[in-house]
Write a protein that binds this ligand. Structure first.
Ligand code: NAP
Length: 223
């Protein structure tokens, strides 16, 4: 994707949203969305300032979740799974029609000191989210298994494999290209959305590995 695209991030004031903005807004326009537009504007200003400190120019602005979707070519859903349905219900579905929608969403829980994959009845967050989107939206899962904290460490490379799932071959190709433009990330085709639950479930696995082995920022490399 050599052409600059507009990427709207629902819940863009959160850890993943701000991290994506820091790593991508030097290449593509990032529109951070929020329930409170002023909060998104502050997050966008902070992103631009941080990038300036690293001698980079970032194109990033903040607005409401709905306007972030409306103005975007590609949408990222960056809220916790339990907030996805009410958040999408507040956005006019016509703004999502025909758009590529990226889900990094991992439905997880924690009990007795370990993390578990809290599988929705549809089989995955992505399969549940697909039902909430207009039929013409092209859902792609990506960025599920990288800790948000790593995105913000601009002096460090992001050296991970990103498993990408979608039922739309063209949308998958676009997102894989987008992924591969970030640091040292390597996108791999992980198959259709039907297997997205496997990718989502890797996140509680890596969190447990980190916790029980005293490791930091465990990530995924496939080679
Ligand atoms: N954190 C990670 O390391 C990580 C890694 C991989 C994937 N993920 C996935 O990425 C997604 C975003 O994770 P995150 O850590 O960035 O989330 P987060 O920081 O906890 O929240 C993201 C944003 O969600 C909005 N929000 C909070 N409560 C809400 C509510 N009740 N209703 C609607 N919106 C609400 C907030 O934005 P406003 O207050 O501005 O509206 C918040 O900034 C999740 O689905 C997660 O599973 C996270």
């Amino acid at each position: 994707m050599n052409v600059s695209v507009k990427i709207g991030i629902i819940g863009g004031t959160g850890d993943i949203g701000k991290g994506l903005a820091l790593r991508i807004s030097d290449k593509h326009e990032i529109i951070l969305g929020s329930r409170e537009a002023s909060k998104a504007c502050e997050a966008a200003e902070a992103t631009v300032c941080t990038l300036q400190e690293h001698n980079c120019i970032g194109l990033c602005r903040g607005t409401s979740n709905e306007e972030a979707v409306r103005d975007a070519d590609v949408v990222v859903i960056s809220v916790m799974f339990q907030h996805v349905a009410p958040t999408l219900a507040g956005i006019d579905p016509k703004y999502l029609e025909n758009k590529i929608v990226i889900s990094p969403v991992n439905p997880m829980g924690k009990k007795d000191g370990y993390f578990f994959f809290d599988r929705p009845e549809e089989g995955s967050a992505a399969l549940a989210i697909q039902k909430m989107l207009p039929a013409s939206a092209k859902l792609v899962t990506a960025f599920n298994n990288i800790a948000a904290h790593k995105w913000t460490l601009l002096d460090e490379e992001l050296d991970y494999t990103v498993a990408v799932c979608s039922d739309d071959a063209e949308a998958k190709k676009v997102v894989m290209q987008l992924v591969s433009e970030v640091s040292k990330l390597r996108a791999v085709d992980a198959g259709p959305l039907a297997v997205s639950g496997i990718v989502e479930s890797i996140t509680p696995l890596v969190l447990n590995i980190a916790k029980f082995n005293g490791m930091k920022d465990v990530g995924v490399h496939f080679s």
